[in-house]
Design a protein. Sequence first.
Length: 167
Amino acid sequence: MSVSMYAIAIPTFQKQLASLEAILDKAAEHASARKIDMAVLLGSRLYPDMFNLTRQVQLATDFAKAAPARLAGLEVPSFPDKETTLPELKERLARTQALLAGYKPEQLDGSETKQLTLKIGGQEMTISGQDYLLHVALPNFYFHCATAYGILRHNGLEIGKRDFVRR
């Protein structure tokens, strides 16, 4: 049995971005209830040499918008990384969701064997569409979503696995 590239990519990105947005909404409630400046949470990181919460959200959306575009043979949409507030990050999430909603199965299905040439870590590599989605795009996307979750949990937000893996 084969699974379509569309079915693997689009609903996965959509669902996890919705979870990320819900977690950010809980973070806003948490900050308000404890009189914490939301900018403090957005600037928080797990370790000094890691990206902060804002950058984690930006990178998650970058992978979510780049993967289907590459698989469909389209130019990767570019969003400038200028968000500094929660409403701006939520707008970025909404723009990413709108892009994802615009894809049709026929744009991605059949891209399993398509050869993609990418620069990863400064090195150019050619990889099949399936390997790109399963071994580059999705793992990186989940990494940045999970790191955003971890930053907020570390800062006292009462969230659990059910918040991350929503149904």
